[in-house]
Design a protein around this ligand. Structure first.
Ligand SMILES: [Zn+2]
Ligand SMILES: [Zn+2]
Length: 340
């Protein structure tokens, strides 16, 4: 019997256990992916805590997957053994439900089809992936470089390119962690007037090296007032998880500006209705993206040199990597690399 090592969660908030399992065979419309690397994302906590609606344990987390097609299911066309592929948060779609029939495949309600939640993800040597979740991966990116782009990357890239901001507009990226350090790079490469906002004077040099035109230390000055003094931001890309600090950024938006919410605070946002009405400001959320969005994120990153800064660990140290990510100390993403 062919086996594989995976890291699974078997009880809510229980340990991340390294176990040996039988290597699964792909069914219709799926492939088996030999995983080369998988990023560790804050949303993996939804698997760890069994907090996502409908999740069943045991489950293998991981939705920043880079690997190679290892076997194809019956009737699969267009994907070949050996081809490099990536799998992100979006774990496929059915094409039959009402959102799919509206072309809103990301909102497919069958499943819900989230990688590492509805089906096992990439914390393992192999996984089964629906072909509707597969992105092509360029040779120019190593597996560990590409992995974080499958969630943190596509989330920031896709939010910015769908934000309505135009080249030259003032775009503030709030937070300089796993999402924010990519958001600043993408915003700068897209030609926005890019401002990074984070806590502490020590991050100024980092922000500049990532391409920010200006850095605002929120412990030294009020970031909303600073943005307002610059004319107001067209977009604040909110990547932090502090609800009060996120809410306060609405005051830094210009006319028609939008707070794009990517980070997920546990507590609700509190926003002044007058602040929204007076300048036609808005608050909107953004999900990550479809497989084609991931593919375009990878291609853009190759072309422009955008890269995630990663701490790489072997699969056996998944629990340590997860704790490091949750502690907020990782600089900036944690990536698990499979030994082959
Ligand atoms: Zn994620
Ligand atoms: Zn659907």
């Amino acid at each position: 019997m062919a086996t594989m090592r995976v890291v699974q969660v078997s009880t809510p908030n229980g340990p991340l256990e390294l176990v040996e399992r039988e290597r699964p065979e792909p069914g219709p419309d799926t492939v088996r992916v030999a995983v080369d690397a998988c990023g560790v994302c804050h949303s993996d906590s939804l698997t760890r805590m069994a907090a996502y609606p409908g999740i069943k344990l045991p489950r293998v987390p991981g939705h920043e997957v880079i690997g190679r097609v290892d076997a194809v299911g019956p009737s699969v066309e267009g994907w070949a053994v050996g081809q490099r592929v990536g799998v992100g948060w979006h774990g496929g779609y059915c094409s039959r439900c009402d959102p799919c029939r509206h072309g809103q495949f990301f909102a497919c309600v069958t499943g819900p089809p989230v990688t590492g939640i509805a089906h096992d993800g990439g914390y393992g040597e192999y996984m089964i992936a629906p072909i509707t979740s597969l992105a092509r991966v360029p040779d120019a990116l190593s597996a560990t470089d590409a992995a974080p782009l499958m969630c943190a990357g596509v989330t920031t890239f896709n939010a910015l390119r769908n934000s309505g901001a135009r080249s030259g507009d003032l775009v503030a990226v709030h937070g300089l962690g796993g999402l924010g350090h990519l958001g600043v790079q993408f915003a700068a490469k897209m030609g926005f007037h890019t401002v990074a906002v984070a806590r502490g004077a020590d991050k100024a040099a980092l922000a500049t090296s990532l391409g920010a035109d200006r850095y605002i230390d929120s412990t030294a000055e009020d970031p909303a007032a600073a943005l307002a003094a610059m004319g107001g931001a067209r977009i604040v890309l909110a990547t932090i998880t502090d609800n009060a600090a996120m809410s306060a950024m609405v005051g830094g938006l210009g006319i028609g500006g939008s707070l794009m919410v990517l980070g997920a605070p546990f507590e609700p946002l509190a926003v002044s209705a007058l602040a929204l009405i007076g300048a036609r400001r808005s608050v909107q959320g953004w999900y990550s993206g479809m497989s084609i969005d991931s593919e375009e994120t990878l291609a853009f990153s190759v072309r422009t040199g955008v890269r995630s800064m990663n701490e790489v660990l072997p699969l056996a140290q998944a629990a340590e990597g997860y704790d490091r990510m949750m502690s907020g100390k990782a600089r900036f993403r944690v990536v698990l690399k499979m030994a082959r």
